[in-house]
Design a protein around this ligand. Structure first.
Ligand code: C2G
Length: 132
């Protein structure tokens, strides 16, 4: 049994999120996803997500290649989550390259290439710039 763990805000859910979750799942038998709490998201991005944490959890939990979800309360708790969920691989997009190497004592860490040309921030900007 190989448990894969990954983390993210997954706000305004888009194909880049699907791609990383689908690829993460392909590395093991079980995919566990830590979805950032609204407070953690605010601390990271200095704005609250468009979708509240319960809705973001519900969306991620409904995907066929996701087995379990939980609320990620802090970036510093990564090692505790990895141990709690018996994860053998941590998968993150390469915008986080090197950032979580400190958990390598507990599991493998894989940084996968991000899907180009799409992000929640870009979606917000496009919608904002649309004529009323
Ligand atoms: N992602 C991607 N391609 C995109 C956009 C996002 O592969 N075009 C990936 C990110 O690299 C990340 C995941 O999708 O691995 C979730 O992205 P975000 O929702 O932006 O998550 P973030 O706020 O960076 O949270 O503990 C770490 C985090 O909580 C990461």
């Amino acid at each position: 049994m190989k448990n894969i763990i990954t983390f993210g805000t997954f706000d305004a859910f888009h194909v880049g999120h699907i791609n990383i979750l689908e690829r993460a799942a392909s590395y093991g038998n079980k995919l566990i996803v830590g979805v950032s709490s609204d407070e953690l998201s605010f601390n990271k991005k200095k704005r609250y997500p468009i979708y509240c944490q319960n809705d973001r959890l519900k969306i991620i939990n409904s995907l066929r290649f996701v087995d379990e979800v939980f609320v990620e309360e802090s970036l510093e708790l990564k090692l505790d989550y990895i141990k709690q969920y018996n994860a053998t691989v941590l998968v993150m997009g390469d915008d986080w390259l090197g950032h979580f190497d400190w958990v390598k004592k507990a599991c493998d860490v894989l940084y996968l290439p991000r899907t180009p040309s799409i992000s929640t921030t870009e979606i917000i900007e496009v919608v904002r710039s649309m004529p009323k």
